[in-house]
Structure formats: C-alpha cells, structure tokens
Design a protein around this ligand. Sequence first.
Ligand SMILES: CC(C)(COP(=O)(O)OP(=O)(O)OC[C@H]1O[C@@H](n2cnc3c(N)ncnc32)[C@H](O)[C@@H]1OP(=O)(O)O)[C@@H](O)C(=O)NCCC(=O)NCCS
Length: 179
Amino acid sequence: MQARVLVRAAQLRYSQRVRTCRLQLARINAAGELAQMSRELIEAGLAHTWTAMRIARHIQHPESVVLSAHVEHACAGFAVMQFAQESAHLNLLAVRPQYQRRGIARQMLNWLHESAVTAGTFVVRLELRATSAAAHAFYRALGYRDAGRSAAYYQGVEDALCMVRDLRINDGVLRAPNG
Ligand SMILES: CC(C)(COP(=O)(O)OP(=O)(O)OC[C@H]1O[C@@H](n2cnc3c(N)ncnc32)[C@H](O)[C@@H]1OP(=O)(O)O)[C@@H](O)C(=O)NCCC(=O)NCCS
C-alpha cells in the first residue's frame, strides 16, 4: 500500500513538471534549429553529421518520426526515431540544458514508445556516446538495458554503448499518467 502511495505521489510530481511541455511532429522549417541542437548537445566535439538537410529528410520520411517539445514558444527538445518492421531505432534525443530534469525527454520517449506499439513494433534500439553518463542514466531509468559496446563507432574516435528496450516487458518503469 505504501508503495502505491509513493508511486502516485511521484506521478503527481511528474505530471506537474511536464504540464507545460507540448509535443508536436516537427515541421520542415524547424530542421535548421534541430540540426543546431544536435550539433551543440549531441555531436559536440565530433564532425556535424545531422545537418538540416538530413533532419528534413527524416521529417518527410514516412517511416521516421521527428518530434519536438515546446515550452511556451521555445523549442526545448527533440527526438528522431526510425521505424522498421522488427524494431525501431532512436537516432537522436536532446533537451536544452535549461529545460533538463523536468521530464521532457521522458515524455517524448513515452510518446514514441506508444507510437511504436501502435505500429506493432515492440523493440527499440539505440546507441549513445560512451562518455555520456547522463544519457546512459536516463535510458536506464526508462527501462533500456545494455546491449554491448561498439568500438570507435563515432567517427573512429569514440565508442558507442548499445541499448535496447522490449516494450512488451513492463518492468515497473514509472510512466506519467498523461505521458
Ligand atoms: C539525456 C537527456 C535527453 C535527458 O533529458 P531530460 O529531459 O533532462 O530527462 P528527464 O527529465 O525526462 O529525466 C528522466 C529520468 O532520467 C534520469 N536522468 C535524466 N538526466 C539525468 C542525469 N543527468 N543524471 C542522472 N539521471 C538522469 C532520471 O532518473 C530522471 O528522472 P528524475 O529527474 O525524476 O530523477 C538530456 O540530458 C540531454 O539532452 N543530454 C544531451 C544530449 C544527449 O546526450 N542525448 C542522448 C543521446 S542521443
């Protein structure tokens, strides 16, 4: 009983934190801003490969979803996921520093998980920079499991950690009531 009360309290705290964040499918004219966010938040120190043109291709591609998160009029974060028959692949996910730890990335990922399940895709895979402890902690909190390491995956200079989540397994990951 106490655990249920604690979970409910955490859900309320969580829903209050994300209440002001609005998710939408990114529009083509947002590609430049999202590419800039990728350059600064995800690809820092690497050559910039997620150009505006590449992001625009994903926005237009029928098997990709590019999601943006907005707080008032500002774009606070975004995500790119590619869907295939057997699994989905999370290509990019970032939240601007001033909006972090408000549950925005969790809300975006939950939205993408629901889309994947609706499409009949139950496995999500991703890679992240091996030096990114915050991202690793985030994905673990969202129920992702370590699935190996890919040496020099990023332009020959940095390893990637591979992670996977089976969306059929509900292992007690806390969900937002509205998320
Ligand atoms: C990783 C990232 C997307 C998380 O975004 P966020 O909106 O701050 O994450 P959330 O607020 O939804 O966090 C959900 C949970 O993840 C965990 N988490 C998130 N950031 C964390 C951090 N810096 N350290 C430890 N745990 C963290 C926590 O359990 C958190 O729940 P809590 O705040 O109730 O403790 C963000 O830090 C980011 O954009 N980093 C730079 C880009 C990047 O590395 N992207 C991922 C690889 S593509």
